[in-house]
Write a protein that binds this ligand. Sequence first.
Ligand code: ATP
Ligand code: MG
Length: 327
Amino acid sequence: MKKVLSGIQTSGRLTLGNYIGAIKNFVELQETHESYYMLADLHAITVQQEPAALRSYIEEVALLYVASGLDPDRSTIFLQSSVPSHAEMGWLLTTIAYLGELERMTQFKDKSFGKESVGAGLFTYPALQAADILLYNPDLVPIGEDQKQHVELTRDIGHRFNTRYGELFTLPEPLIQKTGARIMSLDDASKKMSKSSPTPASYILMLDPPEVIRKKVSRAVTDSGREVKYDPATKPEISNLMTIYTHCSNLTFAEIEAKYEGQGYGNFKKDLAEVIVATLLPIQQRYEELRSSGSIYDILRKGAKEAEAVARPVLLEAKKRMGFINL
Ligand code: ATP
Ligand code: MG
């Protein structure tokens, strides 16, 4: 059985972009792969977090993983901070990563742009991310498009380690779906939808109530034309909304185009809101049930044990190869 590993930062409340670009695929992959799904809470603090907010984000991501269909009996669901091998391996790989490589990461450039002070962790975190991945020797890492560069860096770091100290790490392939790997903001189709955006109109949250979803969709930016047509180059806003539509329904782009031919954007947007609501509402209901059951911490404790059992021997072997003495 092939292995997959992926994760989401607990840096905010999950968006529809996180669902379509990540979680939905995690749920499918667990059927056919040995699966590890992490909550990247150590990564979340590369941007300053208010402690109470961080705690609530961690809980929300964990509940939404399970409410979306991740099954703790099939997948290992765990908090990064609860598996100490990650931080340890992260340090080892930070010493193997090159400054120049980290400087080329576009995410660092984007997230540090215009900031007066930037934490050093924001700069070095791709090395910790390499550790998160390499510790499990996965074959595949399902991600959105924005994470491609980080998985490539992971391969470079893993390859460098293997060359210096002997083959230890599998070099994983990124798994990026053809559409939906980059859902754009509702208010600006040149920007990725992100949970850490300060503008609520830019995203739909997985836990937004139906009336909020309807309002946000009705206000989503579109061009001044009338044609519902998939053409990202000339119609980026409508194409983004169509991408969301196709992932929340069983309709292809061609079927959506045919359905709204000659109708303008009004009906399309109204129906789009309803397919999003229909996708998220069952997840929201399971979220509430799961939250009141209080079982999520048992799931995370079980996941931490399973993950550490896989990660720890790999860490110890990496240390041994590098010349450390494991007492
Ligand atoms: P942040 O703003 O804190 O970076 P984020 O919304 O970008 O949050 P991440 O935790 O960085 O979310 O990424 C989690 C996963 O979701 C990654 O696989 C990432 O590629 C994917 N992802 C994030 N945003 C989108 C999006 N807009 N469309 C598709 N996939 C996305
Ligand atoms: Mg991100």
